[in-house]
Design a protein. Structure first.
Length: 425
């Protein structure tokens, strides 16, 4: 006699999850001025724990479209042609703008690609219409809470976590957007509870018996490996860089017609004490407040080297095993947009330091917003002096002198080096 057929699981018609792990009671409508358009890869639609569905349930001004090629569709045409909310794309392309430091003005249509990293890149390649709109990215301040699905790297987050972060910036209300994460965490917790009761899962789950993650464990893998490799001849080389740019104030007509340019570029190799510094003349006009802001004479800037000379000399300074360490990504992006080549390996020390000093839930530790705040928190005062940056380049290049204390760039580089040393020592 054959066994009776198992009764099919009852599935919630809203969240499409089995009723035993339904999270709908945690869903709250969150009105936004931002229009959200999610383009989802078909394979991601069938993943039961995908987070784009949560976004669609929580955001009244959102749309969820499934496909690979959206060219010629009404959905994409509408997203790209909204005159009241011009489109931007959340996608970590090399030339993407940091949405934290340079958020767009006014209401926007935020287009998001949902899927694995391979699927998202596929959507990017198959929809060239997206290439013409501004691209934005961000770096997470803490590891993902997506404990039921393995992310390829520790600084990757789910689509919903990315939306909560970016909408917090665009809506100028980070607290409001944390409501997006309530059903997300409920989904994760209920799935883990179901697994603990014998429900099983084919997805990656962090070992609940693993020791708690300490501050050092929250650092990027590159910095952790640097700490573990004590032999300077075999480990990677950390090069701290700081750049000042000729930038125009918000609202000025030049901001749309003149591009930002590097005018002061400084670097310091942590292991050897080698330093690099160039003052760079601008190709276009010099913004009126730049000289005062950077503590550099206008005449000195106008007499500086060309950017091509800077790029050539800095390329000669770099080594194959160098890892670039910067405070944020702004100066690095300006350098690359001007045509300069930098090492692929890059660590945002601002994000690394914030993850190091803060608990998993951001916001509970004040006073860590600026590089000076972080330097004061992590380092003794003596190590914040630019005189500690080390000796001149061993080859005797007169341009490889110790960065000057009087310039703002020299002070900031010293602070960056002190923070970096504190994280890896």
């Amino acid at each position: 006699m054959s066994a009776p057929a198992a009764e099919p699981r009852r599935v919630c018609e809203k969240c499409w999850r089995p009723e035993v792990v339904c999270y709908c009671r945690h869903v709250k409508q969150i009105p936004t001025a931002t229009r959200v358009v999610i383009l989802q890869h078909p394979r991601e639609r069938d993943v039961p724990i995908n987070t784009a569905r949560i976004a669609a349930l929580c955001l009244p001004s959102s749309e969820l479209h499934v496909g690979v090629k959206f060219g010629g569709t009404k959905a994409l045409a509408s997203a790209l042609s909204d005159p009241e909310r011009p489109p931007i794309l959340l996608y970590p392309a090399p030339d993407a703008v940091d949405i934290e430091t340079h958020p767009p003005d006014g209401p926007r249509t935020l287009i998001v690609l949902d899927g694995t990293w391979w699927q998202a890149s596929k959507l990017w390649k198959e929809n060239p219409e997206l290439h013409a709109i501004p691209r934005y990215a961000f770096r997470p301040t803490a590891p993902s809470d997506y404990r039921i699905r393995k992310e390829p790297q520790e600084d990757y987050v789910s689509t919903l976590e990315a939306l909560a972060h970016v909408l917090g910036v665009l809506e100028h209300d980070r607290e409001k957007m944390t409501a997006l994460l309530v059903p997300f965490r409920a989904m994760v917790d209920s799935q883990l509870a179901h697994i603990s009761r014998g429900g099983g899962s084919r997805h990656f789950v962090r070992d609940p018996a693993a020791p708690p993650r300490g501050p050092w464990a929250r650092l990027p893998r590159i910095l952790r490996e640097y700490r573990e490799q004590r032999d300077p001849s075999t480990r990677t080389s950390l090069v701290c860089v700081y750049g000042e740019a000729n930038g125009w104030p918000y609202g000025s007509p030049e901001r749309t017609s003149e591009r930002e340019e590097i005018i002061h570029w400084l670097a310091h190799r942590i292991d050897t004490g080698e330093t690099f510094e160039r003052v760079v003349r601008t190709r276009g006009p010099l913004a009126s407040g730049t000289s005062k802001h950077c503590h550099l004479d206008e005449a000195e800037i106008r007499a500086g080297v060309s950017f091509d000379e800077l790029a050539r000399d800095f390329a000669a300074f770099l080594r194959p095993n160098d890892v670039l360490c910067s405070w944020g990504a702004y100066a690095v992006l300006v350098y690359q947009r001007s045509g300069g080549m930098l090492p692929h390996a890059h660590v945002d020390i601002r994000l690394a330091a914030r993850a190091y000093v803060q608990p998993r839930r951001p916001g509970s530790r004040p006073g860590t917003g600026t590089i000076s705040d972080m330097s004061a928190l992590l380092m003794p005062a003596a190590l914040n002096d630019a005189s500690n940056l080390g000796a001149a380049h061993p080859d005797g290049d007169p341009h490889q002198e110790r960065p000057r204390r009087r310039a703002r760039g020299g002070v900031r580089l010293a602070e960056l080096c002190g923070i970096t040393r504190a994280l890896v020592s």
